[in-house]
Design a protein around this ligand. Structure first.
Ligand SMILES: Nc1ncnc2c1ncn2[C@@H]1O[C@H](COP(=O)(O)OP(=O)(O)OP(=O)(O)O)[C@@H](O)[C@H]1O
Ligand SMILES: O=P(O)(O)OC[C@@]1(O)O[C@H](CO)[C@@H](O)[C@@H]1O
Length: 306
C-alpha cells in the first residue's frame, strides 16, 4: 500500500463551467446551467483520489480569494497545505456545448509568485517528499516562475526518496524530463509539442514512449482524448480504447487518469491492469460518476502492442 500521496498545484483555479445547448462562437450564447468548482490539475488529482478512497495532501499557492479551496478540500478528506500569496487565484472559464460535449476553455494566467514564496514552497515539497511515496506535479505555472521549476522540484522530491509524477506542457515539461520523473502523463498535443512534429500514426506514439522509457522515466501514459490512451513501461506497451459514453464534460479527464494510475500502483496492479484502471477512472470523470469504476474497468478494451 502507498504510504502517502502529495499533489502539487502551482496554479490552482476556480473553474467556472458554463453549459450551453449549442455553442456558437462570436455570438450571444445563453447558459443552460453554470457551476463553480475548485480545480487546477493537482487539486483535481486529489479530488479523484478522494473519490477512490485514497487520502492525499494538496500543496501549492492560493490567492486571497481562494481560502474556501482549503475548506472544501478538508471536507473531502484531503489535507490542504497551501501557501497563501497576495493576488488572486485565477478563475478559468469552461464552456461546454451539450450537443457534442465539446469544451471551449479560457484559462487565466494566475497570480505573481515572488522568490520568497517559491522558497517556502520548496521547503514544503522537501518536507512532504520525506513522508510521501508519490508526489504529483501538474499544470501551468503562475507568473514569476521559471520554466525549470518542475525540474528543480522533481530533483528535490527524488532526493528525499519520493516517486514523482509530472503532467505539464511546453518548456516546463521538457525541462522537467531532465530530472527523470517516475511517470509522465502528456496528452497527445503535449507529446507533439515535445517532439516538435506531428504524431499521426499511433505506432509512432509508441516509439516515442519507448524512447522516453529508455531515457530513465519508468511509466508514460499518453492520453488521446476520445481516442483513448497508450500506456508504456519497460515491460510492455498497452493501447486502451475508450468507452462510448454520454459525456458530460471532459475537463479534468487527464487528471482522473493520473489519480487512477496512483490507485493502481497503490494496489500493486501490473501494467495492463494499471492502463485499464487509469482509463476507467478517466471514463468516470467524463460522466461524473465514480460508482461505475469497476464496471468500466471490466469493459475497457486493451490491446498489448509490445
Ligand atoms: N470524448 C471522450 N470519450 C471517451 N473517453 C474520453 C473522451 N475524452 C477523454 N476521454 C478519456 O479521458 C482520457 C484523458 O483525456 P484527455 O486526453 O482529453 O486528457 P487531458 O487533455 O489531459 O485532459 P485535462 O487536461 O482536462 O485533464 C482519455 O485517454 C480517455 O480515456
Ligand atoms: O492552465 P493549466 O494549469 O494548464 O490547466 C488548468 C485547468 O484547465 O486544468 C484542469 C483540468 O485538467 C482545470 O481544473 C483547470 O482549469
Amino acid at each position: 500500500m502507498v504510504e502517502m500521496i502529495a499533489t502539487v498545484t502551482l496554479n490552482p483555479a476556480i473553474d467556472h463551467t458554463v453549459y450551453v445547448e449549442r455553442f456558437v462562437p462570436c455570438s450571444l450564447n445563453r447558459a443552460a446551467d453554470s457551476e463553480y468548482s475548485i480545480g487546477g490539475k493537482g487539486i483535481n488529482v486529489s479530488k479523484v483520489l478522494a473519490e477512490l478512497g485514497i487520502s492525499s495532501i494538496a500543496l501549492g499557492f492560493l490567492g486571497k480569494n481562494a481560502g474556501h479551496i482549503s475548506d472544501e478540500l478538508k471536507e473531502m478528506g484531503i489535507t490542504p497545505d497551501f501557501i497563501e500569496v497576495p493576488g488572486n487565484t485565477r478563475t478559468n472559464i469552461k464552456i461546454i456545448d451539450r450537443s457534442n460535449a465539446a469544451s471551449t476553455e479560457v484559462n487565466e494566467p494566475g497570480p505573481w509568485i515572488t522568490p520568497e514564496w517559491l522558497n517556502e514552497l520548496k521547503e514544503r515539497v522537501l518536507y512532504w517528499a520525506e513522508r510521501c511515496e508519490y508526489i504529483t506535479f501538474s499544470g501551468s505555472l503562475p507568473q514569476g516562475l521559471n520554466e525549470d521549476i518542475y525540474k528543480e522540484l522533481i530533483q528535490i522530491a527524488k532526493e528525499k526518496g519520493a516517486r514523482t509524477i509530472l503532467d505539464a506542457d511546453g518548456e516546463s515539461l521538457r525541462k522537467g524530463l531532465e530530472s527523470a520523473p517516475y511517470m509522465i502523463k502528456p496528452n497527445i498535443h503535449e507529446l507533439k509539442n515535445l517532439v516538435g512534429h506531428p504524431l499521426d500514426d499511433e505506432r509512432e506514439v509508441m516509439n516515442v514512449c519507448n524512447e522516453i522509457i529508455s531515457s530513465g522515466i519508468e511509466v508514460v501514459i499518453v492520453s488521446m482524448g476520445s481516442k483513448g490512451s497508450i500506456y508504456a513501461d519497460s515491460k510492455g506497451v498497452y493501447r486502451a480504447y475508450p468507452l462510448e459514453l454520454d459525456v458530460k464534460s471532459t475537463v479534468g479527464a487527464g487528471d482522473a487518469m493520473v489519480a487512477g494510475f496512483l490507485y493502481a500502483v497503490d494496489r500493486g496492479f501490473d501494467g495492463e491492469s494499471t492502463a485499464r484502471f487509469a482509463a476507467a477512472s478517466s471514463s468516470c470523470r467524463i460522466i461524473s460518476d465514480f460508482k461505475r469504476i469497476r464496471e468500466f474497468y471490466e469493459r475497457i478494451r486493451i490491446e498489448r502492442w509490445q
